[in-house]
Design a protein around this ligand. Structure first.
Ligand SMILES: C[S@@+](CC[C@H](N)C(=O)[O-])C[C@H]1O[C@@H](n2cnc3c(N)ncnc32)[C@H](O)[C@@H]1O
Length: 190
C-alpha cells in the first residue's frame, strides 16, 4: 500500500485505483466537497493530487479562464492526471507540478484562491512546515480545505493539527461536515 521510496506512509501510485473509481464518486462527490469554494476563473491548487480525482473535476469548475495546479511527489501520479486531462480536453487548465517530499516549491508568482489538501497532510514528514509554505501562496481572501481520513488520523492527532494550524497563523473558518473525514476550512483573514 505504501511507497517505500519515500519517508513515512506515502500512498503508492500502484494503488491509485482506490483513489479514483465509481464507488468513491458515490460517497465522495467532488462537487459536493469543493464545489462551494470554487468559481469561474479561480486559481486552485490540489496538493498531493494523487491520480487527479479532484483535479479533473476542479478543472471543470474553474472554467476556461481558471487553472488548477496539480502537485504531487510521485511522477507516476502526475502522469495519470496528465492522461485524464488530455482525454477530457482539460490539459490547458491543468499545470502539473512535481515536488520533492520536503518542499512544495511552487513558482513565486502563484496566488491561489483555493487550496485543497485532501488525505495527504498526514503523509508529509512535517505538516507544520508544509502548512507554513501554503501560507506563502494562498491569497489573503483565499480558502484552504484540509481533510484527513478517519482511519489514519485519530481525533487526538487532528486536535494537534488544528492547534498547529492556528499557531501558524491561519484562521479557522469552520469544520465542515460531510467532506469525507476530519476537516478544517481555513484562511489567512483575521
Ligand atoms: C492518499 S493520496 C490522496 C490523493 C488525492 N488527494 C485524493 O484524495 O485522491 C496522498 C497523495 O499525496 C501525495 N503526497 C504525500 N506526501 C506528499 C508531499 N510531501 N508532497 C507532495 N505530495 C505528497 C502522495 O504521493 C499521494 O499521491
Amino acid at each position: 500500500m505504501y511507497n517505500k521510496d519515500y519517508k513515512g506512509d506515502v500512498c503508492s501510485h500502484k494503488h491509485s485505483f482506490f483513489l479514483d473509481n465509481v464507488f468513491r464518486r458515490v460517497i465522495q462527490n467532488p462537487k459536493k466537497i469543493v464545489g462551494e469554494y470554487i468559481k469561474d476563473g479561480d486559481t486552485v491548487i490540489d496538493l498531493g493530487c494523487g491520480p487527479g480525482y479532484f483535479s479533473i473535476d476542479m478543472a471543470k469548475m474553474v472554467g476556461e479562464t481558471g487553472r488548477v495546479i496539480s502537485v504531487d511527489l510521485q511522477p507516476e501520479m502526475l502522469e495519470k492526471v496528465e492522461k485524464k486531462a488530455e482525454k477530457q480536453n482539460l490539459f490547458r487548465r491543468i499545470t502539473l507540478h512535481s515536488c520533492p517530499q520536503e518542499r512544495i516549491g511552487l513558482p513565486l508568482d502563484v496566488a491561489a484562491d483555493f487550496v485543497l489538501v485532501f488525505y495527504m497532510l498526514h503523509e508529509t514528514p512535517h505538516p507544520d512546515i508544509f502548512l507554513q509554505e501554503v501560507k506563502t501562496f494562498l491569497k489573503k481572501d483565499g480558502k484552504c480545505l484540509i481533510v484527513e481520513p478517519l482511519f489514519h488520523v485519530s481525533k487526538k492527532q487532528f486536535q494537534k493539527l488544528t492547534q498547529d494550524v492556528k499557531n501558524i497563523g491561519f484562521t479557522i473558518l469552520g469544520r465542515p461536515s460531510k467532506k469525507g473525514g476530519r476537516s478544517l476550512l481555513v484562511s489567512l483573514g483575521g
